[in-house]
Design a protein. Sequence first.
Length: 346
Amino acid sequence: MNLRIGWLGVGLTLMAATANAQTSWRLASGYSDSSFHTVNLREFARDVSRISNGKLSIEVRSNNALVKLAEVRKAVGEGTVEAGEVILTGVSKEFPIAGADAVPFVVGSMTDAERLWGLQKPALEQQLGAKGLVLLYSVPWPSQGLYSTRPIVKKIDFSGSKMRTYNLTTIRIAELLGATPVDVPMVQVADALSSGRMDSMISSAVTGVENKVWSHLKYFYEINAWTPKNAVIVNATAFAKLPSTEQKALREAAKRAEARGWQMSRLAAQEAVQTLRSNGVKVESMPPNLEREFTRLGERFSREWIREAGAQASEIFTSFFLKLPSSASDAAPVVATASGTPTNRP
């Protein structure tokens, strides 16, 4: 009798341990702790733990500490880490639909960017799923604007200028606008400006503030060139091993992270623009003459991307433009190809 009771106790203990078992995941990110993307990731991890009642925990490893940004997609696919954050333009060669992020002037506002994401997401989920990956959520960087040392109101104003470039897309933009492309890493922008190696660049207001470009770049045009996004992906096998309650918790936390992240991006852009203004930068909307030039370029490069990415890309853009609201800011497309060399920071 005592032996039977003893074994019963052991069984109950094992059952209790199983019931309280915790699954631990690691999530690799290439961005710093100060990035709003990383802040959002950590809040996402806290939500996962809370919603799953501690059954699933996620350790966020930022700043390339676990896996380099360029290697995150491979690490997640191979199961070296369970989850990771990628920039979609960096994986567009393998997943063509991700390249929609690199086609400028498709969207003229964050509202448009959200609508494009709604059209882009199902096809991207399909492409990721075919390679053993699950898409959790996506959050944009602030839209890209135009910085210049002098006023720019039309295409001819770029003649003789030197534009900072960092991938094939920005090189083509510079050349087609009549500027000389200059390959300058962001960490060298201050030196390049002071030495006269460059006098314009396309980048976000946030990046400009981080690099204090106002000592030389006195004009910032809110051209909304493109709105690149980061995405959090998960190894499909690891996801499938989770109990349904933990999968649900992961999805719920991801839904919250996406909504929160888009708002964080909006606020980051607004605060950065105000900082530029307070440091003497003249912030202006896109000049009409320049907008017409960008629109023509956009139509050209959009067609190129559709030919490269295929029928799904055509469906996405067709649906997007057929449903464009009457807002004048929601103009036609402009530049970029999915073949552009990936960059880890817009």
